[in-house]
Design a protein around this ligand. Structure first.
Ligand SMILES: [Zn+2]
Ligand SMILES: [Zn+2]
Length: 261
């Protein structure tokens, strides 16, 4: 499994794109599609016309605004350049209503020359090829249903919080994951509502027993503090600060290392 961070920042950030993560297994899976992530997808050398599965955590625009640019381009490409495969958009409750309205409202969007399916995927697991994707409800905004995702393939698991507060749903989703990508919006000194601080991320990683913690979704204020050290006071495993276009290979420990443990 390979993770490519397309956006490690928030809506407005001087150096980072907003939320977006590409996960490659036997499938190409995109989790969130925030502003400026489409450009990072292209810079990462990924053919956007191969994207068939888009998973949204919630409906704040820092998690899906680049869908518009992507979809407008996909329409043009499918009409004038080459056919593209069907696209499925998975999301929390309200996704069918929202995308039904958006696809109707935007010029040309309803007449896409490829199949578009919108699926609400809540608190359950689906299988795509040999990959399992689980959506799990997390606490974020009182007015929105929000969920994180867990991807399992080839004996490894990756969990992504989306935007989340520390909550039981998040711990469940991350349980034993090889990598957990968590919403580290704020440093301990400047906590904010609806998101975690670095300390919350460390605590969640420890309680869930994850192997590696990737801190991401930084507000600009998080850059001014040592959030890695703050998470490290709670979590003794490996901690990495996400960067745009960072790639992480997630592999099973080799048989040899298991044998001699
Ligand atoms: Zn949000
Ligand atoms: Zn966000």
């Amino acid at each position: 499994m390979r993770l490519t961070v397309l956006g490690s920042g928030t809506n407005m950030h001087p150096k980072r794109a907003a939320a977006g993560y590409l996960v490659e297994t036997d499938q190409l899976l995109l989790f969130d599609f925030g502003p400026r992530t489409l450009m990072n997808l292209i810079k990462a050398g990924v053919d956007r016309h191969r994207l068939r599965h888009l998973f949204l955590t919630h409906h704040h625009t820092d998690h899906f605004a680049d869908f518009f640019t992507f979809f407008f381009d996909a329409l043009f490409h499918a009409k004038f350049v080459a056919p593209r495969p069907a696209l499925t958009i998975y999301g929390p409750r309200g996704t069918r209503r929202l995308f039904g309205a958006l696809l109707k409202a935007m010029p040309g969007f309803a007449a896409a020359p490829f199949r578009v399916t919108v699926t609400e995927l809540t608190d359950r697991t689906i299988r795509i090829g040999r990959t399992r994707v689980t959506a799990g409800t997390v606490v974020h905004s009182p007015r929105l249903h929000c969920q994180g995702y867990r991807v399992e393939h080839g004996g490894v698991a990756l969990a992504y919080s989306g935007d989340a507060e520390y909550c039981e749903g998040l711990i469940q989703l991350c349980r034993g994951a090889d990598v957990a990508v968590l919403d580290c919006s704020f440093p301990v000194q400047r906590p904010g509502p609806n998101h975690m601080t670095a300390r919350d991320c460390g605590r969640a990683a420890r309680e869930a027993g994850v192997k590696r913690l990737l801190l991401s979704h930084f507000y600009p204020v998080a850059e001014r503090y040592d959030v890695k050290a703050q998470a490290g006071r709670e979590f003794g495993g490996r901690i990495t600060l996400a960067k745009d276009r960072m790639r992480i290979e997630i592999t099973r420990p080799s048989r040899a290392s298991l044998r001699f443990q």
